[in-house]
Design a protein around this ligand. Structure first.
Ligand SMILES: [Zn+2]
Length: 411
């Protein structure tokens, strides 16, 4: 045969193959009938459903997508999506049923199988079925070892159950496949997980292992403050007070905003070593470096009061109050000290003067629409222009959202 003809035959065969493939992609034999898969995507119900989805109107999206699904009940992605929407709407049972049905379909590709299992895992997680969710995500990872969503969900489940070792391994897998932008975040998470593992070792009195973990945490992420605190605790348990002081002093320098965290530990340590002046100097250094940092002033005041110097303590608290008049803890400490001194008139007068100047900070009215704050009640918000949107802000203790929403126990 002449080579031109062979070439032509090959090209023709290729084209026919392509056309058949296209047709196969488009049409599908279903219950003896050829179904045009494109019909679903071109159906107005599908488009309207997607629009509702974009607008966040889940109920209406479900209604439209269910209509679209009738055109091709076999469309896997659509049923998968509908299952997810039922889950979002809180119908976990329905979502599980939907996804389990999909799992029983014959001839699922490996990728489809993994996707359905992932959705099922999310259903289980939402429904609080921890073991089944863990199982589903583990199965997904057997089919698709680099599935980031499965790894992320698995890690969260392990963290919730305080399975720190398992979570640590999962995060390692995530770090190995993550892009460079996520690597820093992964290191931070690994550092916190190392810290948790160290705490577990410390609870078992395995101090060398705890120290190894805490040190590794700091090496991974220098700003992981709990590791500094715990490393000092472990060193102190070993009887090495100098090493404990060194690591806590290092923690003070990690971040000015959180420099107050090791102060209580350092105070106890310095006082026990007869170096109380060192604590005073440290607090004063922190206050100079960040005048608005009231916690160092409050810590200094507590220390001075315990050392029998209430007047100096009050001075420190007045300094704190000037910068943070809203901190109730400061007011309480001031009144405790003023009472212990039998309410000396000049000091009480100073207190009143400082709080009078801080009326500026009293802005208890908040726009419910944009969170704009105002000292007085406004009828129209100057920021978002909404009418009658201001409520008076009240500080209440944190409470369970659910218990707040339900009217009370049903009897
Ligand atoms: Zn507003």
């Amino acid at each position: 045969m002449d080579s031109g003809l062979v070439l032509l035959l090959v090209i023709t065969a290729l084209l026919v193959g392509l056309a058949v493939g296209k047709a196969w992609e488009r049409y599908k034999l279903q219950e003896g009938q050829w179904v045009d898969r494109r019909r679903v995507r071109q159906s107005p119900h599908f488009i309207v459903g997607l629009n509702y989805l974009v607008a966040g109107r889940v109920d209406l999206a479900i209604e439209e997508l269910e209509e679209a699904s009738k055109l091709d009940p076999g469309a896997l992605e659509l049923r998968l999506m509908l299952g997810n929407l039922y889950r979002e709407r809180g119908q976990v049972g329905r979502a599980i049923q939907e996804h389990q049905t999909l799992l029983q379909r014959p001839r699922l590709s490996q990728m489809e199988h993994a996707n359905v299992l992932l959705c099922l895992g999310l259903d289980y997680r939402r429904g609080g079925f921890v073991d089944r969710a863990t199982e589903a995500f583990t199965e997904v990872l057997k089919l698709a070892p680099d599935n980031e969503s499965a790894l992320n969900n698995l890690e969260k489940l392990q963290e919730e159950q305080r399975q720190w070792q398992e979570a640590y391994q999962t995060r390692h897998r995530l770090a190995a496949i993550a892009n460079p932008a996520v690597q820093t975040r992964s290191k931070t998470i690994l550092a916190f997980l190392e810290h948790e593992l160290g705490l577990q070792a410390l609870a078992k009195s395995d101090i060398p292992e705890a120290i190894r973990r805490f040190t590794a945490a700091i090496e991974l992420h220098t700003a992981v403050l709990p590791a500094y605190l715990s490393l000092g605790d472990a060193r102190l348990k070993q009887g090495d007070a100098t090493a404990a002081a060194t690591i806590w002093e290092a923690a003070v320098n990690v971040s000015l905003d959180r420099a107050y965290l090791p102060l209580e530990r350092l105070e106890v340590l310095y006082v026990s070593q007869g170096r109380a002046d060192r604590f005073v100097a440290l607090c004063e250094r922190l206050t100079d470096a960040a005048p608005r940092e009231w916690r160092a002033r409050a810590a200094l005041a507590r220390h001075l009061a315990s050392q029998g110097e209430p007047t100096r303590a009050l001075e420190s608290l007045f300094g704190a109050l000037e910068h943070n008049p809203h901190a109730l803890a400061i007011h309480q400490s001031i009144w405790a000290l003023l009472s212990s001194l039998d309410l000396p008139r000049p000091l009480v007068a100073r207190y009143i003067e400082i709080t009078r100047q801080s009326v500026f900070y009293l802005d208890p009215h908040v726009c419910t629409r944009c969170r704009y704050r105002s000292t007085e009640l406004l009828w129209q918000c100057p920021q978002c222009h909404e009418w009658d949107a201001f409520v008076e802000e009240r500080i209440t203790p944190a409470s369970d959202v659910e218990s707040e929403m339900s009217p009370g126990p049903n009897v």
